[in-house]
Design a binder for this molecule. Sequence first.
Ligand code: UDX
Length: 437
Amino acid sequence: MKIAVVGTGYVGLVTGTCLAETGNDVVCVDVNAEKVAKMRNGEIPIYEPGLDILFLRNIVQKRLTFTTQLEEAVLDAQIIFMALPTPPGGDGSADLSYVLGASKDIARLIKDYKVVVTKSTVPVGTADKVRAVFAENTSVEVDVVSNPEFLREGVAVEDFMKPDRVVVGTSSDRARALMAELYGPYVRSGNPIIFMDERSSELTKYAANSFLATKITFMNEIANMCELVGADVDMVRRGIGSDARIGKRFLFPGVGYGGSCFPKDVQALAKSADEVDYDFSILKSVMSVNEKQKTVLVEKMKKYYNGDLAGKKFAIWGLAFKPETDDIREAPALYIIDALLAENANIVAYDPEAMDNVKRLKGDRIAFAADPYEALKDVDALVIVTEWSLFRNPDFARMEEAMKAKVIFDGRNLYDLNRMVDYGYYYNSIGRIIVEQ
Ligand code: UDX
């Protein structure tokens, strides 16, 4: 099939590349000429494991092309995906100006029937707004479809190629048939393409992310309780996760959820609820608990150092909002860094992928190390923020040599408590017993 993808951010690029992989001709459009030039040369603008191979293969085989000209992409396309940003506006609601602006531009160009798909996370009712923009600007028949993405950064290729489900919101049989044809190759193992109306589809995306954010937040609160009553959250997690109704995944407590989706989507759903005079109180609690959770490690540190962090030197392992990405949007590490800097502490950070991004934000207010052990040189403590695999089994003898004191604050519960007893560390993690030296 002939596909256009408007917007080559994270979602657009993964969508375009993965759609080309099953034989479709995909043209990606972006207004950023420099980015388009780079992509034409095979340079991939984001870090996403496994995407580079598919990206290059499909460029070489000429199924994946790039342009700055909307016209080149949309004229021949049967299906046009809009993967445009929907940033939170000043009041927390999603800003639809990119989506509606692109709709108007597309409407003025097209000459025959198109399926126009909103892939971006958009509030309920957006399909109607997009449809209205098309109706005002073209007489050509257009079906507007909602098709939210459920891609996790770091495993986005797998999530796209083998989705748990595909959600398609449309009231048109013609669009439904085209979408079923397009997604058929991705659901061969029997996972469903769930067709529904546009509004339910739009709400499904917010409900999924808000539910997951709530699940994590619930576990963070259980972890906080565990610390107060002397229980071990790892045990509680296993104890409840084995119940199929609860499920084992997304039960890991930590330093709060971050990233480009959960914080924005929870906020946007709460805002949508306000607009229809519904008091979605769980979401409000989720947001406020998550804010607090982001600095739980700093509170632990203040307690340990009797409120005096000034002049102390701390290593931070992990800056990205989660492993396998260089993305630092809403990353808890940024909040932790700011809180530590406010206490006049010194910071040396290490992250396998995200250091350049943090450098751009924080400049020389913190130092960066070339490897995890270099970061530990003469530090008063190690603070673990992101659970990159390489932090899971470090060389504790080498760590001990580098560090001034054997103190670890672990926001991701990476280490076995008994092991830390054996190694003689002070080890303070989330929702578990503190190992004292
Ligand atoms: C999420 C959704 O999973 C995805 O379906 C949606 O399309 C986009 O948003 P992503 O933002 O890539 O994906 O990250 P995800 O892996 O879901 O993690 C989100 C945040 O929750 C991270 O900050 C992560 O550290 C945190 N998290 C996740 C926990 O704290 N504990 C967990 O058990 C799981």
